[in-house]
Write a protein that binds this ligand. Structure first.
Ligand code: SAH
Ligand code: SF4
Ligand code: F3S
Length: 452
């Protein structure tokens, strides 16, 4: 009988990629990815705590495994990632969910095999009537972890895209955000290691490389060799082969002219940028500790668009930050109209324990909800207007997946990041096509392959 594993992933791309590493570790131990409908022998929850909703979703699903454990006491349940890295949470999980066997934080996921070994050994010992019960690993981040674990194997699951980490952690301490507390300080991988990994991915046939970091623009700040993000992009662009490069996330305070120049000059780096604005009010931005203002943000947009007129710019916007008044919110609405983002991820501010903003007086939930409603409506209109402008044009699209809702169709993105659904079959995935856009529906475009 094969032994199966299942990984439930919550949160950002960083977690998606870390789940690929967890899968690599589990396969290295001989576990096999659990087929649909089968019961898994190891269930891993790779968690997120950016907002209350993310935590509740994970906790709900962890709760459900109680029944799984009743059915088969040999199941191993592991909770890893950002959630247990918060103060007191790992303890709380152990108390509230005693059937969870392993709790690991963000920087020690590579010890999963060892922890599974310990669980198995302690069960064996219990069977032999020993009373020594293993209580699990310490999940806390070492205060100053100085090494990056380069050895963890990756089982990539997102062909033709490959995720490549360039920097871990965050030093910014935006006043609402839990990430710096659960991911620790910034730690850049060496340029050689990153370039090696990108080259390997390209050699293995990956057609899109997405560089990952909470703040990719800080890449190299902690290395003492003069490396920076612009130089990294320059070197990646020199790697031979036909492939695309994207990266996320960029912080507006650190996006440099040099990075914009590299993007504009390069063949491989897509004219596509995710540049979270969070708010259009200078006062709120200050209270958020974002360290840029409206004027700086708008001048970045101008700098990007004059270099790359077709660039697709997406953003994150938060409403209902404690100090946000109606007037501040209108500043956000105003900047959304000015910038005309191709898409925006919108969030209701969620207080995170231990962050400065959580201690401020909060805005009623109904007010936040009403504001996000107005914001989404405006952005949907803009997204649709920008989509309509693609109709009739021909764009290069990398076929990335079968289209989820349309039989006989596949989907992929333009260089600017627009999703396009078009006729094709699974054997097309990983190939580039010129696609003529025939219709648009909100954020999605539809089209046909052009005959070559
Ligand atoms: N490092 C990235 C963001 C990572 S979190 C950056 O600096 O842009 C992704 C998004 O979640 C953020 O951009 C923000 O809009 C949102 N977010 C972060 N903390 C939040 C909170 N407490 N409540 C609601 N949304 C939050
Ligand atoms: Fe959070 Fe700010 Fe760091 Fe982004 S830059 S992860 S929002 S603290
Ligand atoms: Fe969530 Fe952790 Fe990412 S808190 S957003 S999974 S860094």
């Amino acid at each position: 009988m094969p032994l199966y594993y299942k990984i439930n992933t919550y949160g950002c791309q960083m977690n998606v990629h870390e789940s690929e590493k967890l899968a690599g570790l589990l396969e290295g131990m001989g576990y096999i990815c659990c087929p649909e409908g089968e019961h898994a022998d190891v269930i891993v929850f790779n968690t997120c705590c950016i907002r209350d909703t993310a935590e509740r979703r994970a906790l709900g699903n962890i709760g459900v495994t109680k029944a799984e454990k009743k059915r088969d006491p040999n199941v191993i349940i592991a909770v890893v990632g950002c959630m247990p890295q918060q103060d007191g949470v790992s303890q709380a999980i152990r108390e509230k969910y005693p059937y969870v066997d392993i709790v690991l934080g963000t920087r020690n996921i590579s010890s999963l095999p060892e922890e599974i070994g310990k669980v198995l050994a302690s069960r064996e010992a219990k069977r032999k009537k020993s009373d020594k019960r293993y209580r699990g690993a310490d999940t806390r981040l070492p205060e100053n972890y100085l090494e990056i674990d380069e050895a963890t194997p990756t089982l990539r699951t997102s062909f033709p895209n490959a995720w490549v980490n360039i920097i871990y952690g965050c030093n910014n301490f935006c006043s609402y955000c839990i990430v710096p507390y659960v991911r620790g300080r910034e730690l850049s991988r060496s340029m050689d290691k990153v370039l090696d990994e990108v080259k390997r991915c390209v050699d293995d046939g990956y057609k899109e490389i997405t560089l990952l970091g909470q703040n990719v623009n800080s890449y190299g700040n902690d290395l003492s060799d003069g490396t920076n993000f612009a130089k990294l992009l320059h070197e990646i662009d020199k790697i031979e082969g036909k492939f695309r490069v994207r990266f996320m996330t960029s912080h507006p305070k650190d996006l440099t002219e040099a990075v914009m120049d590299e993007m504009a000059a390069s063949d491989k780096i897509c004219s596509n940028l995710h540049l979270p604005i969070q708010s259009g009010s200078d006062k709120v931005l200050r209270d958020m500790n974002r360290r840029y203002d409206r004027a700086r943000y708008l001048s970045l947009i101008e700098g990007l668009r004059c270099r790359m007129p077709d660039i697709g710019i997406t953003t994150d916007i938060m409403v209902g930050f404690p100090t946000e008044t109606e007037e501040d919110f209108l500043d956000t609405m105003d900047i959304v109209e000015r910038v005309r983002f191709s898409n925006a991820f919108t969030f209701i501010y969620s207080p995170r324990k231990g962050t400065p903003a959580a201690k401020m007086e909060q805005i009623p939930y109904a007010v936040k909800q009403e504001r996000i409603g107005r914001l989404i409506k405006a952005q949907n209109r803009i997204t649709k207007e920008l989509s309509d402008a693609y109709t009739g044009g021909v764009y290069e699209v990398l076929a990335e997946d079968v289209a989820p809702k349309y039989e006989g169709m596949i989907c992929g993105r333009t260089e600017s990041g627009r999703l396009v659904t078009f006729g094709g079959d699974p054997s097309d995935i990983g190939k580039f096509f010129d696609v003529r856009i025939t219709a648009s529906r909100s954020a999605s475009l539809f089209g046909n392959k052009e005959e070559k």
